[in-house]
Design a protein around this ligand. Structure first.
Ligand code: SAM
Length: 267
């Protein structure tokens, strides 16, 4: 393939949705700049097995396509949610529905707030990305889908408080900060928690932009309760007394997980 041919898909996309692509490019450049700006900030770390005693979860209907949480993140969410008697769960940014579908099997009620198809395209996502909205979760009886921009949505109209809030929408500084400020007001009680996705680029590092956005959304006292969770891409706000530690973040493992994968063909 010569360079001209290689550029074709990008050019086609550019002509089909020029405003969206330019917006996405601009956003990406700003994000790269900010990520560098925030470098060096830090956060307490916690071993996943200090948060939940064990992980023994099945992750189903997983696509192994881009844009979703990792299986471990979903297993962690399930393990956290099943600690509540009748868990009321809110997810900001659900897209295809992999995380919410899995959580729905262990909670009482789920609410999803995710951009509508039209808004996704306006934000520079492709029409096939938009088509995939709620693909896995649309039929679930205990999931309420709200198609909205979480940065402009009036959360008061939910008239609801939540045990577990999962933030996985707009990962820019502005997006994470805004979602975090809203989420902190929507916690049901002192046992309620917030879990943020994309607080690392991998399992052991920090995505500084997210961490700083969370810190800026929290009071000093609230940020004392925020931890980067080992073996996941998540951070968590919890008022439980936990002892921060680096175990689980080292290259030499302190635990192992067994994974079993089974394919299911779709028509
Ligand atoms: C990474 S995907 C979510 C993946 C899903 N939580 C999972 O693990 O399978 C992010 C989603 O957030 C949505 N999103 C981005 N910005 C948003 C905003 N401001 N308000 C609501 N949803 C947003 C995107 O449209 C996309 O559906």
């Amino acid at each position: 393939m010569n360079p001209k041919q290689a550029a074709m898909p990008f050019l086609k996309l550019l002509f089909s949705n020029p405003r969206g692509i330019l917006k996405a490019l601009l956003r990406h450049t700003k994000e790269a700049y900010r990520a560098n700006q925030f470098k060096g900030h830090t956060i307490k770390k916690i071993d996943i097995l200090d948060v939940v005693d064990r992980i023994d979860e099945e992750v189903s209907s997983y696509t192994y396509l881009d844009g979703t949480s990792r299986t471990m993140d979903i297993a962690f969410l399930k393990a956290v949610c099943r600690k509540y008697q009748k868990c009321n769960y809110l997810e900001i940014g659900s897209w295809r529905g992999e995380s919410i579908l899995n959580v729905a099997s262990v909670v009482d009620r789920c609410t999803s707030i995710s951009l509508s198809k039209e808004e996704m395209i306006e934000f520079g996502l492709s029409s096939s990305d938009a088509q995939a909205l709620n693909f896995l979760s649309k039929e679930l009886p205990n999931v309420t889908h709200i198609e909205a921009n979480s940065q402009t949505y009036d959360f008061d109209q939910l008239n609801n408080k939540f045990d577990v809030i999962f933030i996985d929408g707009d990962h820019s500084y502005k997006g994470v900060k805004s979602d975090s400020i809203n989420a902190l007001k929507l916690l049901k009680d002192n046992d309620s928690v917030i879990i943020w996705h994309d607080c690392g680029f991998g399992m052991q590092d920090l995505r500084y932009e997210s961490i700083v956005a969370i810190r800026d959304a929290c009071s000093e006292e609230q940020f004392e309760h925020v931890y980067r969770v080992s073996n996941t891409m998540c951070a968590m706000y919890t008022k439980r007394a936990l002892t921060p530690n680096n175990s689980g973040f080292e290259t030499l493992p302190n635990k192992l997980f067994n994974v079993s994968i089974k394919s299911v063909k779709m028509n």
